[in-house]
Design a protein around this ligand. Structure first.
Ligand SMILES: [Zn+2]
Length: 80
């Protein structure tokens, strides 16, 4: 008779372990992490602002330029 009681406790314990990790990982319980602020860069040719991950990179001796498009990268930085 005690065997069934232990079996029931074991089942309850396993059920508890199975449920526990799910509580914290459901999206509804966790607030979504705030979106990372995108660093904005300026096209060296036309001055358009865009997220850094969408910009095209252009090399120059003194550093790196960002460009909004392949055309502007080919045209190069605008003389200021
Ligand atoms: Zn541009």
């Amino acid at each position: 008779m005690i065997k069934y009681l232990l079996l029931g406790l074991l089942a309850a314990w396993l059920f508890y372990l199975w449920r526990k990790p799910r509580v914290g990982t459901t999206p509804a319980d966790k607030p979504a992490p705030p979106a990372k602020p995108q660093s904005m860069v300026e096209c060296a040719h036309c001055g358009l602002h865009m997220p850094a991950n969408e910009a095209l990179l252009g090399q120059r001796p003194s550093g790196v330029d960002y460009f909004c498009s392949e055309d502007h990268r080919r045209a190069g930085p605008r003389a200021r």
